[in-house]
Write a protein that binds this ligand. Structure first.
Ligand code: UD1
Ligand code: CA
Length: 452
């Protein structure tokens, strides 16, 4: 099929400079949700109608499989679809979607497409207790004969509870003919897409309907209130999917997944964690409360304690991280590494069984196995202009409050005394200390207060 996504509207009630369809749901623009769903249907063409917000919409969504058609001024939904006509292949039906309706599923859209076949017009409809504001589906003897907009409807028509979600499929050659005959002779002086229904009936084309699995699939975003409501619905769906997969969630109402989270068996996630981008948690991983984890791979049995921030990092099996650890991009931790509170690691590899348990900065470093990095240790990787690497070989012990001024290497098995400022390489298996020797002054006395 051809897919057309309407995204030209202005979204006044968002009170924002940004076009409505670029506002984010689960970290992704509303319009990108619709595009991703459309792609699941393998469309022959995919056209986005944009207008309000200028080129920001094509810039944000640009992709080889998307055509953009500008609608300016915006004269209604029928006028919007008309702009897509040059992109539509006549040999396939056309599915019309909306850039501000992000939760529609491919399953429901496939049902709609199946109901339309190649020659029928099919509308996705739902029944609402309060249909105010929507276009109503007018039926005669069960058959759909037209759609009437709220503002054009009689009292009897306003009592109809079956509404037009806006999503529909039409045979393309006919659609092009119908769009060319639309007029704006109505209460809103707009070219209504919905008028194609009466055109189809007049043309002897059968008009049918299909229903989505859930009403939430048809909800649009017109305000920040509605955006927040849809965000909660979406997050609840993600949480339910995780629970059904066997993940333990301390509270399914307090997890946010803004991307793709994949979990092995027996993963447990405590409250208020945020997952962004692509995150993989292997079997038996446990995530403490209040962690923010983005683009990370966490291997079997690792334990991430509360309040950790992890981004573009890999964590080895059985590692113990946090509480209050920060793992920045380029962090690669091997098996059983321990990173404790207030330790920051960046662009560093740390081999198996090494530990930095308290208050340290490990940046641009290559750390061997079984290394102990004492409290307050800092790799001084930056001279204000360039960055340099620190190499710490296997079995090194670094005393507390040491500074390693890179580029520098600490040889295998070396020990650095506490308080060392290392500016040259430290020899393997030896003790290196740089601090002044301790002295005691026997005859020293504290100054006394001078009496006046
Ligand atoms: C439309 C339907 C109504 C349906 C409702 C569902 C028409 C005439 N009416 O009404 O039957 O119940 O949706 O929400 O189609 N848009 C453009 N260009 C335009 C006008 C609109 O791209 O010139 C886009 C908007 O950005 C929006 C969507 O189309 O995403 C719907 O437009 P809107 O004006 O909100 O239609 P409704 O009045 O809600
Ligand atoms: Ca609307």
């Amino acid at each position: 099929m051809n897919v057309v996504i309407l995204a030209a509207g202005m979204g006044k009630r968002m009170h924002s400079q940004m076009p409505k369809v670029l506002h984010r749901l689960a970290g992704k623009p509303l319009l990108a949700h619709v595009v991703d769903t459309a792609r699941l249907l393998s469309p022959a063409s995919l056209t986005i109608i944009y207008g309000h917000g200028g080129e920001t919409v094509p810039q944000a969504l640009q992709a080889a499989d998307i055509a953009f058609a500008k609608q300016e001024p915006q004269l209604g939904t029928g006028h919007a679809v008309l702009q897509a006509v040059p992109h539509l292949r006549d040999d396939a039906p056309t599915l019309i979607l909306y850039g501000d309706v992000p939760l529609t599923t491919a399953t429901s859209l496939q049902r709609l497409l199946d109901s339309a076949g190649t020659d029928k017009l099919s509308i996705l409809t739902v029944e609402l207790d309060n249909p105010t504001g929507y276009g109503r589906i007018v039926r005669e003897h069960g058959a759909i004969v037209r759609i009437v907009e709220q503002k054009d409807a009689t009292d009897a028509e306003r009592a109809i509870r079956e509404i037009n979600t806006g999503i529909m499929v039409a045979p393309t050659a006919k659609l092009k003919q119908w769009l060319a005959t639309l007029s704006d002779d109505n209460a809103q002086r707009e070219y209504y897409l919905t008028d194609i229904v009466a055109r189809a009936v007049a043309d002897g084309v059968q008009v049918v309907s299909a229903q989505p699995d859930a009403i939430a699939e048809t909800l649009g975003v017109n305000s920040k209130v509605q955006l927040a409501e849809l965000e909660r619905i979406y997050q609840r769906q993600q949480a339910t999917a995780l629970l059904e997969h066997g993940v333990t969630l301390a509270d399914p109402a307090r997890i946010d997944v803004r991307g793709a989270l994949s979990c092995g068996q027996d993963v447990a996630i405590d409250v208020n964690c945020v997952f962004e981008g692509k995150v993989e948690l292997e079997e038996g991983v446990s995530i403490g409360a209040h962690c923010v984890i983005k683009n990370a791979r966490i291997a079997k049995g690792a334990n991430i304690k509360p309040f950790c921030h992890i981004e573009d990092a890999q964590i080895g099996a059985g590692a113990q991280i946090g509480p209050y650890a920060r793992l920045r991009p380029g962090t690669i931790l091997a098996e059983d590494v321990h990173i404790g509170n207030f330790v920051e690691v960046k662009n560093s590899q740390i081999a198996a069984h090494s530990k930095a348990n308290h208050l340290a900065y490990v940046g641009d470093a290559t750390v061997g196995a079984r290394v102990n990095i004492g409290a307050g240790t800092i790799t001084c990787n930056y001279d204000g202009v360039n960055k340099f690497r620190t190499v710490i070989e296997d079995d090194v012990f670094i005393g507390s409050d040491s500074q390693l001024v890179a580029p520098v290497t600490v040889g295998k098995g070396a020990t650095l005394g506490a308080g060392t400022t290392l500016t040259r390489d430290a020899a393997a298996d030896k003790l290196t200390v740089s601090r002044a020797r301790q002295v005691t002054l026997d005859h020293w006395k504290r100054p006394a207060k001078i009496k006046t």
